[in-house]
Ligand binder design. Structure first.
Ligand code: URA
Ligand code: SF4
Length: 324
């Protein structure tokens, strides 16, 4: 095979257009020499690409996010690294990015990270999530997350807890006061309800992975008390990459959304918890995904009778999970 010199505009879009044409023609990475042209010049391969666009190449969205960031890094080798990764995603392994130890994946994440250094804060966690990382690495990176403003007032990042090979993942909304102080999810009053319900259906907490849609406690100070505030859509969106990365690392068989916030994050904004709870559906995160009441909703019942009823609903749904 002869070596192809590819002239292209050194932007993500310029690289992408050239890479698409190369892929279409089946040119392997080893045969490509990337030559940056002045801004505004036509990428040569696109100019003379006569092949009709034969269906877009399907790559994980995470790759596009990473590639965009890596393209902004100063390293001249980035174009070649990007194309090598793209080639392998298409020809070798669609799930390549989940392999944290793969040297190519590591190089790509390092590039993406270069770009994010010195970026302004508050743009979401996406730039801070190491690609293809395992749980321990994710937890470490999340500890210094500045993806939104919530880290400024909270004590610490409350990352998920549980074994990396958990079959079942449960997602709540956001850490509360106790969780913020202890650094673990569901260890306060809602955690007590949660633990009781798990025990009632025979699920062992040590075997579950438990996390939240948002990793920092949001609160309002009233005297000495810190009152929980519901996260806003922009905070949910900012923190979402952490949840996605946790789920990508674990690949659970069963995913349980605790409460409306988590359920909407997973099933979409139209989800109605009281109407739609207690039914398994396949999602891209787990073949069996289900939603139930948030344990703290049980604590907000109007009277003991209603609390008992709400608690029964939670237990009923968790029993489906325990027996699935
Ligand atoms: N509520 C949640 O949603 N998560 C916690 O970790 C604690 C309370
Ligand atoms: Fe980062 Fe999430 Fe904390 Fe915001 S809430 S700073 S996105 S970990």
């Amino acid at each position: 095979m002869s070596v192809r010199a590819v002239e292209f505009e050194p932007t993500f879009e310029g690289w992408q257009a050239a890479a698409r044409a190369l892929l279409r023609e089946g040119v392997p990475p080893a045969d490509v020499r990337w030559r940056e042209t002045a801004s505004g010049a036509q990428p040569s391969l696109i100019a003379d690409a006569t092949a009709p666009s034969s269906g877009a190449v399907r790559v994980p969205r995470r790759f596009l996010d990473l590639a965009r960031r890596a393209a902004a890094a100063p390293d001249p080798a980035r174009w070649q690294i990007l194309y090598e990764t793209l080639w392998r995603l298409v020809h070798e392994n669609h799930d390549l990015l989940n392999d944290a130890r793969d040297p190519g994946v590591r190089r790509l994440s390092a590039l993406a990270k270069q770009e994010s250094e010195g970026e302004p804060e508050g743009e979401g966690a996406a730039r801070l999530v190491p690609a293809g990382a395992g749980l321990a690495e994710l937890r470490g990176a999340a500890a210094s997350c500045t993806g939104c403003d919530l880290y400024r007032h909270a004590t610490q990042t409350v990352f998920g807890r549980g074994p990396a090979d958990a079959r079942i993942v449960l997602v709540g909304e956001q850490p509360g006061d106790q969780e913020d102080l202890k650094g673990a999810p569901f260890v306060g009053p809602a955690g007590e309800v949660f633990d009781r319900a798990l025990a009632d259906v025979g699920l062992e907490r040590e075997r579950l992975y438990v996390t939240n849609a948002v990793k920092h406690f949001k609160f309002e100070e009233r005297g000495k008390r810190r009152i929980h505030q519901t996260p806003r859509a922009n905070e949910l969106a900012a923190c979402r990459p952490w949840l996605d990365a946790e789920l990508a690392a674990i690949k659970p068989e069963i995913l349980v959304c605790l409460g409306a916030t988590a359920a909407r994050a997973i099933f979409g904004a139209g989800f109605r918890i009281m109407k739609d709870r207690g039914r398994f559906a396949a999602t891209r995160w787990a073949p069996r995904t289900i939603a139930t009441l948030h344990p703290s909703a049980v604590l907000r019942g109007e009277d003991p009778a209603q609390e008992a009823k709400l608690y029964q609903m939670l237990v009923e749904d968790l029993r489906l999970v325990a027996t699935a």
